[in-house]
Design a protein around this ligand. Sequence first.
Ligand code: PGA
Length: 256
Amino acid sequence: MRTPIIAGNWKMNKTIAEAHELVTAMQNDLAQIANRGVEIVLCPPFVSIPEVFSLLKGTPIRTGAQNLFWEPKGAFTGEVSGPMLHGLCDYVIVGHSERRQYFGETDEGVNRKIKAAFSQELFPIVCVGESLAQYEAGQTASFVGGQVRAAFQGLSDADARRTVVAYEPIWAIGTGRASSGPEANAVIGESIRGVLAGLYGKETADAIRVQYGGSVNPKNIAEFLEQPEIDGALVGGASLVASDFIAICRAAAIKT
Ligand code: PGA
């Protein structure tokens, strides 16, 4: 039995004051849902992490970062490291398609970031997913499978089990064109859990949680959570609206 996990990826949205307001509006409802067995993670921009972390202290709601650099410190202008996030976050999103697309992140860099996260007791939420061109060319399975293999390169069985994978088809992110439950379920079963079973065996693959992401909203969330391979969602736009994010998290209670 895998614990469902809903994460809100705020991306580059909300000032510190706005972050305070959004968390305050959601935290009582989210805490109740989390107490029923749904893991809930809020991933604000770096500058708001201390504020969100202190608001959520003593609640079952967790904090996450949207990125980290793999080196612990040094001359890497503009970057934030694992040791700086240690103690402030439980999770960190790694390899989001926007980072791969706009900031040149590679599969190798993603793998280094995952290892850097584990070295600081941060659990990675690793994003994979194909472009529209790859989807239309029928390359989804091979591309996503390759991203999964590269991400898990050299990870121990114990760390693999603690990794969360987010399957986010790029064509579904921020477009309002979500994948369908059955289609996402098939990709996750074949190209994510299937590949992980090849690397670590079925028992470990069955323990690893996989989220769907891409235009998730309160109306379509149930269709994804009904799928046996889908353990939760990585939510962008809808995580910025308190009532929408609460409704999405509440829907995940069917998995508990
Ligand atoms: P979206 O973003 O929900 O706004 O499509 C999802 C994501 O990029 O994680």
